[in-house]
Ligand binder design. Structure first.
Ligand code: GLC
Length: 501
């Protein structure tokens, strides 16, 4: 992998623009102050350390905790993450349910809290039953797997993953996520708002963010389970198919764009080129402009007659850090982010999604959600915790990529400190404190602590990062050789045979 060498003295000015010590100290204090205790031990962090009026922000969100864990690891603290991992194994839904009013086996909660009355304390977990819009936490178990693996790398303690309770929890997650349902591809079919974007935003079906998270979590599980475990081979198969699928079909660059632009439509049967029946009319002008400048990225979603061209940061950044993108794709994604820095970073790295959906499409996409007005919150708002993923991705590039992010982190941290660690920023350039942003938001502070550590020493191990896996790469390459069309031919042949007999 093309890791940058440590910054040489010539780039020292970039270090001078680093995170102000007072901001870093305040961020660390905030993450510490957000700790939630259970049984006398810290087991998680509240989403916000302020006295937010929304009770659920006092709970520990599974996804947010991954960032807190990264911040803790950066400070050499690993015990809280281990307790979090054990606690979530206990909270995970265990029973197979057919009534569908209770979470099914394997699901992990979006959040949990500790209720106290006198000396008693009780855990409450939310699997989406209480959440605004009753959204399903599809990503929770995936972040949990990533946190468990990162804990092992940060602490050197491989025994936690072998603990019988934790091992069973891993197995239940895999049984749930690998079970065949209605997917016609290796991608995971999910409802809207099933992850960090937990409001209606048109991220249903096969959103990139969830697919890449799934890929990363399967890579984690592949490391956490022994090779002879019965789930090891099925998960590796899915991993290879998923990696191949996203690399091939979600990837967009100038060449692919021109192929899509000239696609035939309404094709039927084997050998069709436009397998999702995408119409060229749906290509937005900004995409033509971006691709004309030689960029490339993974599109936001793919399904029948649907290529969601929006740029989603979680998916694109995590594709880089998880090794889903090929080295060539990694280079192009990092170059694209650098070239469109004004739009994607602006004054606060980084936008969750670009561009915002406006006007009538905003009505249908968000359900007229004022919180997700154009250039606000999930709809084109900037989320400072993403600087953690941005820093991890930059380390996969050149020293220049690292310096670029480093020089943005300093001013961003100073502003966050001044503004009281808001949850998000608004506006096309991320310069406005979010209209309804909560302050003292834990993952905002944790993101700065974790990013600062990743950039301070780009050679130090990133507990959440993945190195290339030659065996997996060989499997993906063998799929490349088989070509998708041949798989289609076989499926059509089977269908034909059934009709005739
Ligand atoms: C909001 C965000 C979600 C986050 C939660 C707690 O619901 O949309 O991504 O996990 O707040 O911070």
């Amino acid at each position: 992998m093309n890791r940058p060498t440590k910054s040489d003295p010539a780039s020292a000015p970039a270090l001078d623009r680093g995170v102000p010590p007072a901001a870093l100290a305040a961020a660390r204090d905030l993450v510490r102050a957000a700790r939630i205790e259970y049984g006398g031990r810290p087991v998680g962090t509240a989403a916000a350390a302020g006295d937010g009026e929304d009770l659920n922000y006092r709970e520990c969100f599974t996804r947010d905790f991954a960032v807190s864990a990264a911040a803790s690891f950066a400070q050499g603290e690993t015990a809280m993450a281990a307790d979090f991992v054990r606690l979530l194994s206990r909270l995970q839904a265990r029973e197979r349910r057919l009534d569908c009013f209770e979470p099914g086996a394997g699901l992990m909660p979006a959040s949990f809290g500790v209720e106290r009355s006198g000396d008693d304390e009780a855990l409450v977990a939310d699997f989406g039953q209480r959440a605004i819009g009753s959204v399903a936490p599809v990503d929770a178990a995936l972040w949990w797997l990533l946190t468990l693996r990162a804990y092992g790398r940060a602490s050197g303690d491989g025994a936690l993953a072998e603990d019988p309770g934790v091992r069973s929890a891993i197995e239940r997650v895999l049984e749930l996520y690998l079970a065949p349902r209605f997917e016609m591809t290796p991608a995971l079919l999910v409802p809207d708002g099933a992850y960090a974007i937990d409001r209606r935003m048109g991220v249903y079906g096969h959103p990139l963010d969830v697919q890449v998270l799934f890929f990363a979590a399967l890579r984690a599980a592949r490391e956490l389970l022994p090779a002879q475990h019965p789930l090891h081979e099925p998960l590796t198969q899915r991993l290879a198919l998923l990696g191949h699928h996203v690399r091939t079909h979600y990837w967009l660059d100038a060449e692919r764009l021109n192929v899509i632009y000239r696609y035939g439509v309404e094709e039927f049967g084997a050998g069709r080129a436009n397998r999702y029946n995408v119409y060229a009319d749906t290509i937005p002008t900004w995409v033509m402009r971006w691709m004309q400048q030689g960029g490339g990225y993974f599109v936001g979603n793919l399904g029948p007659a649907r290529m969601d061209f929006r740029f989603f940061s979680i998916g694109n950044l995590l594709a880089v850090t998880s090794g889903l993108s090929t080295p060539a794709q990694t280079r192009v994604v990092l170059d694209t982010i650098a070239a469109h820095r004004d739009q994607l970073w602006g004054q606060m790295p980084m936008k969750l999604v670009f561009p915002a959906v406006k006007g009538r499409p905003w009505r249908s996409t968000t359900g007229s959600d004022p919180k997700n007005a154009a250039w606000s919150y999930h709809n084109g708002g900037s989320w400072p915790w993403l600087v953690w993923l941005l820093a991890g991705a930059a380390r996969r590039g050149s020293a220049g990529d690292v310096d670029r992010v480093r020089s943005a982190l300093g001013p961003a941290a100073a502003r966050l400190h001044r503004d009281g660690w808001p949850e998000y920023y608004d506006g096309p350039f991320g310069g406005l404190l979010g209209r309804r942003a909560r302050l003292r938001q834990t993952w905002t502070a944790a993101g700065v602590v974790a990013a600062e550590a990743l950039l301070r020493d780009p050679d130090a191990e990133d507990p959440f990062g993945f190195d290339p896996d030659p065996d997996l790469e060989a499997r993906i390459a063998s799929l490349d050789e088989r070509r998708d069309d041949q798989r289609d031919d076989r499926r059509d042949a089977v269908a034909g045979h059934l009709t005739l007999s």
